[in-house]
Design a protein around this ligand. Structure first.
Ligand SMILES: [Zn+2]
Ligand SMILES: [Zn+2]
Length: 265
């Protein structure tokens, strides 16, 4: 692994404790990746730039965007951060380490791919449960307040949902006891993936255009814009779970109609 990366890591482990890196370090990395990747879609909505790639015609008001940002900051500070601090002993027990040398890339990448596949499976079933009547009304309807999603709405959810679906995010790392570097890379890629899925824009350069079985913005946008009992498309990252269990039928029907009539949302 590149020596520049190892020198940077050396600096971190010399100046900060394992606890500080795994908790506050993880929090800072999460906030940076989340807001840096999520804020551009707010500016695109406001400016009207690239409107030809916007999936829905409707745009969110600045007040609705601000409400989302304020609630997110509160949830992150008062829910996510305490969870990171409280779960540190469990991660240590599961084998989380931060010392040099950094793991080789084949190990890092195979672990991250495993985390994506496992998280998608857990998320699919958890999300399907959240679309049952009681759980939807009391928990998941918060995430669906935004029928026209923008990047930052990806983490806009009831605290109980953050806990429930966050389980899928930490399950893979908990099973494999990764290096903190791998954990940060996984978290960053997962955040970028879900922010893109909620961005509201389907660009010609979106990952779904190049990666087979990848869901992306158009796939998840459909989930937000239709009635909760008919939404389908429950997966977080891939499309095959919805295909296997037949929960993507309405989406493909709608796509076929769009093909006939031209896009009109
Ligand atoms: Zn949902
Ligand atoms: Zn969503």
């Amino acid at each position: 692994m590149a020596s520049l990366l190892e020198s940077g890591w050396q600096y971190l482990t010399t100046n900060f404790s394992d606890f500080q890196l795994a908790t506050f370090g993880t929090f800072i990395i999460h906030e940076s990746v989340f807001f840096l990747s999520g804020i551009p879609s707010i500016f695109l909505e406001r400016s009207g730039l690239f409107s030809e790639y916007k999936i829905q015609k409707k745009v969110n008001t600045p007040a609705a965007q601000w409400r989302c940002i304020v609630k997110l900051v509160l949830y992150h500070v008062f829910v996510n951060l305490p969870i990171m601090v409280l779960s540190y002993p469990a991660f240590r027990y599961m084998g989380l380490k931060s010392s040099l040398p950094l793991p080789p890339w084949p190990v890092v990448l195979s672990q991250v791919i495993f985390y994506f596949i496992l998280e998608d499976f857990v998320f699919y079933w958890g999300h399907r449960m959240l679309h049952t009547k009681w759980l939807y009304q009391h928990v998941h309807s918060v995430h669906h307040e935004y029928a026209t999603p923008f990047g930052l709405t990806s983490e806009y959810a009831h605290p109980a949902e953050i806990l429930m679906l966050g389980f899928g995010t930490v399950l893979g790392p908990a099973l494999t006891g990764p290096h903190l570097f791998t954990l940060w890379l996984w978290m960053s890629l997962r955040v970028i993936e879900t922010v893109e899925a909620h961005s509201g824009y389907d660009f010609p350069w979106s990952p779904s255009k190049f990666l087979p079985l990848y869901g992306g913005a158009e796939f998840h946008d459909f989930h937000h814009r239709v009635l909760y009992t008919q939404s389908g498309n429950y997966s977080s990252t891939f499309t095959y779970m919805d295909w296997l269990f037949g929960t993507d039928r309405d989406y493909w029907k709608q796509k076929a109609l769009e093909g006939k009539n031209g896009k009109d949302f």
